[in-house]
Design a protein. Sequence first.
Lengths: 244, 197
Amino acid sequence: MSCKRICRELLWLARFGEFGPSSAPHLDHLADCGHCRDEVGFDRALVQQLRTALAQRIEQAAPSPGAWGVILERAQAPERGIRAFLHGQAGALAARLRTATAISAMALAGIIATSTHVAITHPQAGSAETEVLTNGAGELFERQPLVPRPRGAAPVPVNYVVPGPSDPEDAFLVSASMPSAAPADETVAEIVEPEVVETSVESVILLGGAASRVAPLDPLAGDPGRSAEPREAHEDAAAAGEPY
Amino acid sequence: MEARQPDNLVERMQSGDLDAFEEFFNTFKRPVYATALAITRDPFLAEEVLQDCFVKAYRVRERLDPGRSPLPWLQRVTINLCYSRVSRRKALAEPITSLITNLVVDLAARPDQVVESREVLEVLQRGIDALPPKQQTAVILYYLHGYSLAEAAEIADCNVGTMKSRLHYALKALRVRLPVERRVPVGTAATVRVTSR
């Protein structure tokens, strides 16, 4: 065994007074090793100092003479019953709920007050319909009024700004066709989005026989000038079920 | 360090005899107060703990075992009350304590500071304060009250091996706080033991 390990075991044995017949090797080592003797000796001195330090903490320690009176009074006082306990808890809970409700209401009011649409733009962009304000950080921002969009109104035309043609001749033709207020270098064209027309295509695919037959719906079926008789289906080059 | 319990004290207290309760208090107040004071180091707080402990003992007197000493139970209640109170104040007290501890250690590390028993005791007091609660309890029960390992283990609600381990680590932590210069050369006791074989 190494000296370090023997020293550790010696400390353990000495601290708890567990020296016995099996401790003979440790004691033999202790007789020869000055380092281990120092360590064990220091440990004993430490324990002595520790006892002194602990005794210092409680020297002349005695409870005050009035302690018994207080204890007797408290011991004889009626214990708080379960109802009193629940009443106290309910009171505390109600107080906390009141506080929580007040905080929630204030927070909700704050959210509502600040939930207007705020768009931060350049201060020069302010118009008659908008209001330019200054926030706490000294930045200018523009607050746009909330105007409800009328329901069922016609689609609003969308203006697209497109660059002018690079060819000078084309540019001359475009600028001549536009009103004079339009700038020379860019062209504003008004494009009205076409209404979306729902269309449907019905088709019938006939499978079977030697070849598939496709009979498209005749778009002129309702035309009195045309014959309503179904035309003869032509034969497809590809067989049914074959890839195209 | 066992406070002798008069005969039938707990039984008389259980029957509602207030004189028996006073006798009970006078019998056990010192060890309980000593434990509270050793942990808290505050006489006022220790007295509060003492009051709480005995009020609780009176209220649960029906559950006390008349055949056994109530002291381990009282000590356990005291220790729990102490640490529940100390932990409330710990947030305030800890930075100052650690600051002082560091100062003491720094001063102690200087070679020109001569070994003085009083300073060693100061370092040890700080070291005891800095121990974890379980190790602190073990040190107080074993080295202050002089309980046996088994008794201390019963109070601390652990087994004997755990108690030994806590004491071992507590001493190890205290050793590192003492600088080498302050190690009192006491090797004679061990030598005497060897030569007497």
